[in-house]
Structures are given as C-alpha cells and as structure tokens.
Design a protein around this ligand. Structure first.
Ligand code: ATP
Ligand code: MG
Length: 376
C-alpha cells in the first residue's frame, strides 16, 4: 500500500510530494469491513495528511448475521467484490467533489478523493481533522476547536440535509439497479419486517398492527412512482464532518443502488434518535410528543423550510426503524463474552424500539381528531 502511495504522491501533492518527500504511517484503524491508514507526507517545508481506506473483511471482527439469507433488509449486499466496493466509494466521493468544484454550495464541503487502486481495493483521500456530526451533537470531541464547538447547534444539521440533496443530484443514478421504486414494495417490506421481528421479539401483535398502519400510510402518502436517486447508503451522523463555519462533508458513500431519496433521510433520523440521550429514558415517549429541532433542521435543509413531506417521511422513518431493529436482532459478534454482552444490549435496544414504535404508531395515519403535520 505504501509503495502505491509513494508512487502517486507527486501527482496527488505536486507542491510537496516529489522525490525527497517522506511518508510516515501515523495510525491504522481496523474496521469490520475495511482498514484505514493515516499517512503523513512530509515535504521540505510542508506536511500533509491523507487517508487510505482498503476494503476487505476481517472475519475476527465481523458480526455474524444469523438471518442474512432470510431476513428482510433495506439494502441487501450487491457486491462482495472488494475492488468493486472501492470503486463504488471512489465514484461517490468523486461525483460530489466535482459537483461542489463546479458549483460550490453554502455550507457544503467534500472530502477530496485522491486516487483509486483496484489491485489493492483501496481509495486514497484527503484527511479531515474535524469532529463528526455525532461528536458535535454530543459535544464529545475533546479536541473540538471553539470555532466548531460554539456554532449554532442546528446549523450543521441543516447543512447535512442540503448536502444530501446535492449528493442525490450529483451522483449519476441511471445505470444503477432500482431498489423498491414502487409503493407496493414498501407495503410488502412492512409485512416482511413484522413477520420476521414478531416471533423473535415476542411482540407479534404490536408489530402486526404497526405494519398494517404503516402499510396503509404508505398507500395513502406515497405516490406510485417514488422519486429515487443514487443512494448514499450510510448517511449517518458518524460519517459526517463538521468543519469551521458549520460546513458539512460526508464520507463513506456507497452508491450501488438507485433508491427512494427518503430512505437515506430515514436512516439518519433513526440513528440520530438512538444517540439522543433522552430518548432512552423510559418516560421519554410517554411525555407529550417533543418537537425534534435537529431532525426538523435536517429535513428543512433537504426539502426547504416549511416543505417537509411529513406523511411520506413518517412512512420511511417507520421503515428504517424496523430495518435497524431487524439488523440488531440478527447480528452476533464473535466470541462468547461479546455475545453475552451483546444479548443484553439487544434486549435493551428491544425496549427502546418498542417505545419508539408505540410513539410512531398514532402518528402514521390521520385520526378523527385530524392530522399533525408537525415533525415530532
Ligand atoms: N478522510 C478521513 N479523514 C479523517 N478521518 C476519517 C477519514 N475517513 C474516515 N475517517 C475516520 O474513520 C472512521 C471510519 O471510516 P469509514 O466511515 O470510512 O469506515 P467504515 O464505516 O468502517 O466503512 P464501511 O461502512 O464502508 O465499511 C470514520 O468514522 C472517521 O472517524
Ligand atoms: Mg463509516
């Protein structure tokens, strides 16, 4: 890998990367599906940092998906080919970088891809030294500069929504296979999740009722031709950097499917609810429905202020919540101890998801008392 980087630095960093530039591997991060290398390039009077991400399964870290073959899932794996996966990620980074280069957007940034090696299944990119949107939201990053720490709390969320909007417009989708472009497929998916989760969680009645209401809501609110775009696939707050001024740049794109645009939004909402500390309090949902300022900011960033399609978005929030719960139930880490810890986490998560479903249920369909178009 370092030989590849050494051979390319002159073109990636023309100012400093010529002969005589020193390379130093600063850190390696092992992840379940990839390895990340932080590399320093030291020229005579300038130092740059870059990242190389190589694809490959680390079986010892990977959680086994007990029901991979049978459970419903929103994004089934299309490729197990590491080189193809690296190319897909590179293409997503590149499309966004080029789009923002041509037409910069306020509050939008990109992580510059430097190169792709299919031999190594590797993507080289600029290193970003900034907290993730999740760290920003939780004010957890120790090294967070005041310029970031003291930003208006909702600004990066609005920018994150606008970032996704641009991504959906920038990444070519026509050649990608379409995933669930029709309303009837969404309805079937709800039935599939209830059928899978019901017997495994012991809450069959609630899940059947939820799937029934969500299916009716899908029929009521989703048109028959859902707007689709190249999916980001992992548009979550951990995969976004908050830069000075509140600009946002997302990484980890995986545009392998053309999918309804509301799915990427649904996924980030589900994740953001999970790290909202209050949402794990048993009485959180029992209180009057709370306005969700971060979520409203994100959705306004995507759709424009006052134009959130609340009905369709609730359908996708429901869909992505069930997908996440099914994923949690199915994944099992290697090792007995980790499995035991995991099973108590799965039980705790189950309680959270039940409360969340009970909260979402009455919001899915209009009642005799009317319809709430406030995002709660
Ligand atoms: N260009 C970068 N600059 C700085 N940090 C990075 C960069 N790319 C990744 N990271 C850090 O490494 C973490 C993991 O990277 P990434 O999200 O690409 O991997 P992953 O989620 O394990 O990948 P995948 O889901 O594609 O298997 C990120 O959350 C971020 O903290
Ligand atoms: Mg990631």
């Amino acid at each position: 890998m370092l030989a590849w980087v050494a051979g390319e630095t002159a073109s990636w960093y023309p100012g400093i990367g010529g002969s005589g530039a020193g390379l130093r591997l600063r850190k390696t991060h092992e992840r379940p599906r990839c390895r990340l290398y932080e590399i320093e390039i030291r020229g005579r009077d300038k130092v740059e940092m870059m990242v190389v991400k190589t694809r490959g399964l680390d079986a010892s870290r990977r959680r086994r998906d007990k029901y991979a073959a049978t459970r419903p899932m929103l994004t089934p794996p299309l490729t197990n080919d590491d080189a193809a996966a690296a190319s897909t990620e590179y293409m997503g980074l590149q499309a966004m970088h080029v789009s923002l280069g041509k037409r910069p957007g306020r509050g939008l940034a990109s992580v510059q891809p430097l190169g792709l090696s299919t031999d190594l299944a590797a993507v080289a990119m600029q290193h970003v030294s900034a907290p993730s949107l999740r760290e920003f939201a939780l004010q957890r990053s120790r090294g967070m500069a005041p310029t970031v720490r003291d930003l208006p709390a909702l600004l990066p969320w609005t920018n994150a929504g606008a970032w996704l909007k641009r991504y959906h417009a920038a990444v070519p989708a026509d050649a990608l296979p379409v995933l669930r472009g029709a309303q009837s497929e969404v309805v079937a998916m709800f039935e599939g999740f209830a059928g899978f989760l019901g017997p495994r969680t012991g809450h069959r009645a609630l899940l059947d009722k939820f799937a029934d209401h969500a299916g009716q809501a899908a029929e009521m609110f989703l048109g028959d031709d859902l707007p689709t775009a190249a999916a980001h696939g992992d548009f979550v707050a951990q995969n976004m950097f908050v830069l000075g001024g509140g600009s946002v740049a997302a990484i980890d794109p995986f545009p392998q499917w053309q999918a309804p645009v509301l799915e990427d939004l649904g996924r980030i909402l589900v994740g953001a609810r999970l790290f909202e500390p209050d949402s794990h309090r048993p009485d959180y949902h029992a209180a009057r429905p709370q306005p969700r300022p971060r979520e409203t900011a994100l959705l306004s960033g995507y759709f424009g202020s006052g134009r959130i399609p609340v009905g369709p978005m609730r359908v996708y929030l429901a869909l992505c919540t069930l997908d996440r719960w099914a994923d949690t139930v199915s994944k099992e880490p290697p090792g007995l101890l980790r499995r035991q810890v995991r099973s108590s986490r799965v039980a705790a998560a189950g309680k959270y998801y039940l409360r969340e479903l009970r909260h979402q249920l009455p919001l899915l369909l209009p009642t005799s008392r009317g319809w709430s178009d406030t995002w709660v």
